[in-house]
Design a protein around this ligand. Structure first.
Ligand code: NAD
Length: 328
């Protein structure tokens, strides 16, 4: 494989950090950009620029050449506790849209063709996800649009922005809709963590005979994709001739109480579940992988439990070492 020059926006984040490692293993020259460095390990990027992608002059300074590949993962983001309360809506929309407007336009001006954009399953219409047993997340079910959060609306707007640059400016942007990515080195405390990490933290902290709190009635369903498979799908999509948008997710659907029971079993503890009120999101969501199989001849297939075992070990070790932002 020839050595490429690659830019990863959001390289200090969870998926971006794993993506940089993967690209370095392939031998490419990688520049990472983010507001911050990775929290849990040293970056492997050849060059790392700290700065704000909402600032056009900063974006011009880091997109200073014709990169072979650009991965745009930077976004103002978080778990249900950040996205669904409504308190952060203006920031979420303004910050993420500005990043995408800036990065895409400077890529176009530098004559960069291949840009990857990470959209989210949160852009699917709420009314297709009311039945926890039969959520509809086929790519063509996106319209008429009705996401359940402003985070989802911004993703939808930005998907269309990237597609418009393909159409009008001959770019080859590629768009994935990620579905709940998890794994080691993901946020696991502090309020922006997602369900798999939150479960692992709570179970690691609970004493035998105790109980953990789980938001909602626990019957809401989701699927969760291990980060290595997410990165694999991302790289495959950017290098393919399919622009998307396409789901990158797991189709192994599980209830939230089922996920809690899986983690309790992995920990080998005797722990109960308290279902309590909390911010929830949609009732059901699962990745529909028919299109990715058809267009890329590939889809994620690792069992959820395999990734959860690795993640539980990593989070319980972090907690043991006291690397938390707030007490579990
Ligand atoms: P993350 O929060 O760990 O990474 C995003 C990074 O963007 C952070 O490091 C953050 O500092 C950076 N960033 C935010 N604002 C910035 C700015 N103004 N300038 C520079 N950097 C900025 O999130 P992640 O889980 O790695 O997600 C990566 C992408 O994938 C995001 O676009 C997210 O919306 C999307 N996505 C993730 C999931 C998931 O389950 N993790 C699901 C769907 C979509």
């Amino acid at each position: 494989m020839t050595t490429k020059t690659v830019l990863v926006c959001g390289a200090g984040g969870f998926i971006g950090g794993h993506l940089v490692k993967r690209l370095k293993r392939e031998g490419h020259w990688v520049r990472g950009v983010d507001l911050k460095m990775n929290e849990y390990s040293e970056t492997e990027a050849d060059d790392f620029a700290i700065g704000d992608l909402r600032d056009q002059s900063f974006v011009r300074s880091v997109i200073d050449r014709r990169f072979d590949e650009v991965y745009q993962l930077a976004a103002d983001m978080g778990g249900a506790g950040y996205i669904f309360t409504g308190e952060n809506d203006a920031d979420i929309m303004h910050n993420s849209a500005t990043i995408n407007l800036n990065v895409l336009d400077i890529c176009h001006k530098r004559n960069i063709k291949r840009v990857f954009y990470s959209s989210s399953a949160c852009m699917y219409p709420e009314h297709n996800q009311l039945d926890p047993d039969n959520p509809n997340c086929a790519e063509d079910s996106a319209y008429p649009a009705n996401p359940d959060s402003e985070y989802g609306w911004e993703k939808l707007f930005s998907e269309r922005l990237y597609l418009a640059y393909n159409r009008n400016h001959g770019m080859q942007c590629r768009i994935a809709r990620y579905h709940n990515i998890f794994g080691p080195e993901g946020t696991w405390d502090g309020g922006k963590e997602k369900a798999p990490a939150a479960m692992c933290r709570k179970v690691a902290a609970a004493l035998d005979g105790g109980a953990i709190d789980v938001w909602g009635d626990g019957l809401q369903t989701r699927s969760f994709l291990y980060v290595d498979e997410c990165v694999e799908g991302t790289v495959r999509l950017l290098r393919s001739d399919f622009e998307g948008p396409v789901n990158i997710g797991s189709d192994e659907m599980i209830s939230i109480n089922g996920l809690a029971r899986m983690v309790i079993d992995i920990a080998d503890k005797n722990i109960g579940i308290n279902n309590i009120p909390g911010p929830l999101g949609v009732r059901g969501r699962n990745s529909d992988n028919r299109l990715i199989k058809e267009r890329l001849g590939w889809a994620p297939n690792q069992p959820l439990r395999t990734g959860m075992e690795v993640t539980y070990r990593w989070i319980s070790e972090q907690a043991r070492l006291g690397h938390n932002k707030r007490a579990a």
